[in-house]
Design a protein around this ligand. Structure first.
Ligand code: SF4
Length: 346
């Protein structure tokens, strides 16, 4: 049987994708990163086109960011998801922290985060996140998490504690959260919304037809309703969502999801190319060209999103700082226009 190895840079350990034959080989501790995917047939990884290439991460600020994350014992989605933008983002101190551990209770076929039984919540984590963000000096921070179906509130209170700690330590930093779907967690969303993040982001990831294979533990309608409910609970919070393309979706399906987002009053759409983390993950169907991304962006703007980011390397938190400034400016302009066109009261 062939054995495929992944090097886990964060842990400095070897992760094994298929056979357990490495155990006992003297290669050191073996961490099986995706045991739930081990039985799947291999999907060959396609060669990336020129427009996907990124620079190797090696600037001094990159290493400072990495050191700070280690010192504060924080997990980042940048590393866990093997994000291609890490060199650029961390060189600007833009790290996206992933709270509530590094083990997820879901097993989405596109995602590089480990699946399994998570550890208990760390009560000190909100303070460490807040301290790290203050040291990074961020104007805008993005906080995400693994899915915690094992917790009664899905981790909603922990999100609220992190937001409160950030407000205390960095009152001028705007806060964007990228949450799970809180499926079957009654009352969880209300707890997070009451903590008043500036941006509530929840990714739909793909078109509804592909949910059974790409996001089997999630429900399209639940995710869309989550975003809709945020607006109903507090219309001042910006809502944001993203899709990956290149998973086998059709253009018309993407346009249909855009329309659904607009019905839910979602403000900000992100669209990026899906990249396959390993041979055991969902296959890339094709690489969407930069021209097609530009077409999607134009369609989205025409449909009324306040802000759109659609490029091959777009990720939820990529350029989130500048994009939040643009988002806020777009809303201010929209409010001014509405005020100018409102009928004068008698
Ligand atoms: S795009 Fe987001 S996840 Fe990727 S490196 Fe940048 S901040 Fe991290």
């Amino acid at each position: 049987m062939s054995t495929r190895l992944l090097i886990d840079h964060r842990l400095g350990a070897v992760s094994q994708e298929t056979a357990p034959s490495v155990a006992g080989s003297g290669a050191g501790p073996v961490v099986v990163r995706h045991p739930e995917k081990a039985h799947r047939p291999d999907n060959p990884i396609l060669r990336k086109p020129d427009w996907i290439r990124v620079k190797a991460p090696n600037s001094p600020v990159y290493h400072e960011t990495q050191k700070l994350m280690r010192e504060h014992r924080l997990v980042t989605v940048c590393e866990e998801a093997a994000c291609p933008n890490i060199g650029e983002c961390w060189s600007q101190r833009h790290a996206t922290m992933m709270i509530m551990g590094e083990i997820c209770t879901r097993a989405c076929s596109f995602c590089n985060v480990r699946t399994g039984q998570p550890l208990a919540l760390d009560a000190d984590e909100p303070n460490r996140v807040a301290d790290a963000v203050a040291k990074l000096g961020l104007r805008h921070v993005v906080i995400t998490s693994v899915d915690r179906d094992d917790l009664a509130d899905g981790g909603a209170r922990h999100f609220a504690r992190v937001i409160a700690a950030l407000r205390l330590a960095s009152p001028n930093t705007t806060i964007e959260i990228l949450t799970p779907d809180f499926l079957r967690k009654r009352g969880a969303l209300e707890i997070v919304v009451e903590a008043r993040p500036d941006v509530f982001n929840h990714n739909l990831e793909t078109v509804p037809r592909l949910y059974p294979t790409i996001r089997p533990g999630a429900r399209y309608y639940q995710s869309m309703r989550l975003l809709d409910t945020v607006k109903q609970l507090d219309a001042s919070i910006f809502t944001k969502s993203g899709l990956m393309v290149g998973l086998g979706e059709q253009r018309l399906e993407i346009l249909q999801v855009m329309d659904d987002f607009r019905i839910a009053d979602v403000d900000f759409l992100t669209l990026g190319q899906y990249l396959q983390p390993s041979v055991k993950h969902a296959a890339v169907d094709r690489f969407v060209t930069p021209d097609e991304f530009a077409d999607y962006a134009a369609m989205a703007r025409a449909k009324g999103f306040l802000q759109v980011s659609a490029t091959p390397l777009t990720r939820s938190s990529y350029h989130a700082d500048e994009d939040f400034a643009a988002l806020r400016a777009a809303r201010a302009l929209q409010n001014t226009r509405s005020a100018n066109t409102a009928p004068a009261s008698a």
